[in-house]
Design a protein around this ligand. Structure first.
Ligand code: GLA
Length: 501
């Protein structure tokens, strides 16, 4: 009788115990490059409330809120700070026996995904302790990148699909297309090449890259140089192994492989360091590269945070990203490119502002828009790092990427970045001072309609029509008379002149 009366309570208590999901859980997802992606759920349950942390790749979230759902599961709202930016994530979880079933709702075009987490040891996957940062000092300049680096990078087109064969194919195409001879020298492997560390802590490449040294030898045999990618954090943006605590070791490994260029991407470091510690963190790798004894271009990628242009040269940075990632569309390219005028004073031989890699040839813009992209980047003395499939370029795309007269503007030895001289708007005039005393003058029409644009010589500081004027896209000489010159500029298009005394 007594037992019968209390039975429901016992069952509730037992049910409660059995359903307690307190503990450290891991989802192990094997990737086709031989590495695994691990997502950790380190949770505490108190009644119907779940708290704790969720780590997925380079993101470390805290559970901010939990809600029990009718099916016996929970919806978790998680959040993390990334500099000033709050990042949010949501998961639905449900304990079934000793399996934690997880539903990650779709977001930003990504479909919803289901996975199963199993219990793992406490502490596995936890954020590593913060390593002390060094006192600031000036890293000796490596003497590289006297003009903005030119080359190719895998990310924009291939993302995680880059592998040994595609890199070799790109090196071949760089030569056969004429790109190498036009100045594009670096073949840069972006994120997703990384394997695990070996027993001695040495970084290895994953299955997609069986032998980095032989790949470097191949690329070098074509008269090209090879670049690689890492992060100062424990993980890269795509969640692969970063260089955290292994800076000198990794720099030595890359030097031994024959690497010539490093893109060093903040990403996973965001969880450990504050933005005002970035300089010291980048300095660590600047020192490590210097010590490794091989000339390696140092490309800082931290999205223009912490006024990087002010301290990039101090850590021996040859270029630094000034913005978040570019996308292959007019709005993204335009927003990035036309917002760079105020940074002009920070560019100089050896040290360049980097408004991100080129999207030319990736299909999301028309040829006029890609001409704007190429022109603007050249006015900005920006690195020209192609991001398309070099093995399959239309003649029009080749003409844009290999317009030598435009490349000459980008590579001008004075290294003075151009600026907007009109007011910002649908039609903008930009100029760049050149080493021979001449100027590049670009008339950009950002509107969706053809437009007549006039440049007055007085705006360029000239008293009369310049003696020499050349249109660098039509490759023709122009005769100037009077105090101005008017061009008919296509919608989303540009006319680029080189004017001389
Ligand atoms: C960041 C960078 C990109 C690219 C990816 C790789 O988003 O800004 O250029 O390197 O990481 O994961």
């Amino acid at each position: 009788m007594q037992i019968a009366r209390f039975l429901p309570l016992y069952l509730v208590a037992l049910g409660g115990l059995a359903a307690d999901l307190t503990g450290n859980w891991v989802v192990v997802q094997p990737l086709n490059d031989g590495t695994t992606r691990r997502t950790y759920f380190d949770l505490k349950q108190a009644g119907d409330r779940i708290s704790g942390g969720i780590r997925t790749g380079q993101f470390y979230y805290r559970v901010a809120d939990s809600k029990a759902s009718a099916d016996g599961g929970y919806t978790l709202a998680a959040s993390m700070m990334d500099g000033d930016l709050e990042r949010k994530a949501q998961y639905q979880i449900k304990l079934t026996g000793e399996e934690l079933h997880i539903l990650t709702p779709g977001r930003g075009g990504r479909p919803a995904s289901e996975s199963v987490a199993r219990r793992t040891t406490a502490g596995e996957g936890a954020m590593p302790a913060k390593l002390p940062i060094p006192a600031l000092h000036k890293v000796p300049h490596n003497g590289l990148a006297k003009t903005p680096p030119m080359g190719w990078n895998s990310w924009n087109k291939f993302a995680s699909r880059v592998d040994d064969a595609s890199v070799r194919g790109m090196a071949d195409a760089m030569v056969s297309s004429g790109m190498r001879d036009a100045g594009y020298i670096y073949i840069n492997i972006d994120d997703t090449w990384e394997g695990e560390r070996d027993a001695k802590g040495n970084i290895t490449s994953n299955k997609k890259f069986p032998d980095m040294k032989s790949l470097a030898d191949y690329v070098h045999s074509k008269g090209l140089k090879l670049g690689i990618y890492s992060s100062p954090g424990p993980n890269t943006c795509a969640g692969y192994e970063g260089s955290y605590g292994h800076e000198e070791q990794d720099a030595k490994t890359w030097a031994a492989w024959g690497i010539d260029y490093l893109k060093y991407d903040w990403c996973g470091a965001r969880n450990i360091y504050r933005d005002d510690e970035m300089q010291a963190v980048y300095q660590k790798m600047g020192d490590a590269l210097h010590k490794a004894g091989r000339p390696i271009v140092f490309s800082l990628c931290q999205y223009g945070r912490a006024d990087v242009w002010k301290w990039g040269p101090e850590v021996s940075g040859n270029l630094w990203r000034t913005t978040y990632d570019i996308r292959d569309n007019w709005d993204s390219m335009m927003k990035i490119g036309f917002s760079q005028s105020d940074l002009a004073q920070w560019a100089a031989p050896g040290h360049w502002n980097d408004p991100d890699m080129l999207e030319i040839g990736n299909g999301g813009m028309n040829d006029d828009e890609y001409r704007v992209h190429m022109t603007l980047w050249s006015l900005l003395a920006a690195p020209l790092i192609a991001g398309n499939d070099l093995r399959a370029m239309t003649p029009q795309i080749k003409d844009i990427l290999m317009n030598r007269e435009v490349i000459t503007i980008d590579q001008d030895s004075a290294g003075k970045q151009g600026k907007r001289i009109s007011s910002p708007g649908d039609q903008e005039t930009w100029t760049r001072d050149l080493a021979d005393g001449g100027k590049a003058v670009a008339l950009f029409n950002k509107s969706g309609e053809r437009a007549k644009m006039t440049v007055h010589w007085a705006e360029l500081g000239l008293k009369a029509s310049p003696k020499r004027m050349r249109d660098l896209w039509s490759h023709s000489e122009i005769r100037g008379e009077g105090d101005s010159w008017t061009a008919d500029v296509p919608a989303h298009g540009v006319v680029l002149l080189r004017v001389g005394k």
